[in-house]
Design a protein around this ligand. Sequence first.
Ligand SMILES: [Zn+2]
Ligand SMILES: [Zn+2]
Length: 325
Amino acid sequence: MRYFWKIGNQKFNIRRTIFACIFAIVLTITTFGWSSATAYKPSTAVDFHRIPIGDGRISTQPQIGFLWSCRTEFRGPRRHGAHASGNWIDRNKTYDITTKPTVNGNVYWPGDFEMAIKDRSRQIVSNRLPQDPTGIFPISPDDDAYAFDRNPNSIRSARATLNLPANPQLAETPSCVPMGQVGILLNGGYLFNALDANGKDALAHEIQDSCQGHPEHRGTYHYHSITTCLDKRDPGNGHSALLGYALDGFGIYGHRLDGGRLATNSDLDVCHGHTHEVDWDGKKTKLYHYHATWEYPYTIGCYRGTPVKVARPRRPESARGEARL
Ligand SMILES: [Zn+2]
Ligand SMILES: [Zn+2]
């Protein structure tokens, strides 16, 4: 006996369809394996449908797969971030970044990012606006993202100067990363650590725009990972290009290692980096550098160099972006 679904003029053999589904599921499991945040094992392939959630992976010392956060207490009322989660979160252990909602919009800003090397210092002057597009913030009530995250902040600009060491050195011991800025990307967007204001995995829970960015309460547009919108600056094979700088002056490179393989935490040290020859200011130089991964903590786990102090922005100004279709 044969069972068919009939949709339009197409007939579907139910038994054959069920076998095909089972085969696809088995293939997916054998290719990617089950992931689980409780039995966390760094994977060799990235399954974007099941990225382990990093909640609770905050340490008080350098540790692979953890964020050594200077702040460890996150009690108190939930003031910022997502207020609800949806079906991109799988029983709080993994999340599917391909189905997570994004904030609508395609807004372009007059982003300014200038870099010059003076003496031993790399001076970066920016206006805190990204050169890659953003979503529309505050999140509008008619945006489907509003059901999960009502980010009320507008993107604001402020003149900012960073003086990083041009040739950074490893510190005697690593150090913890603060909340707020931990680096700057070459598109002018700020890089924050992997945590949201509640101490949870920001990339898993916060609703961001399609470049994985959003503004905080002072209007600073930032990412908690290396934005996929910078990938166009990355050649797509071999070792990733330099995509930003950490506040200790070391470079932050994209997701790929030599040979083009995607980096995982197990390829990197406790602070999420390693040392080998890279292009550095136009010269091949053997130097420590951080890498992006699709595994939490996504970028910097701790500082290997000595971070510079950053001044709080003077009064941020309202900024005007240009919405494009
Ligand atoms: Zn954030
Ligand atoms: Zn590398």
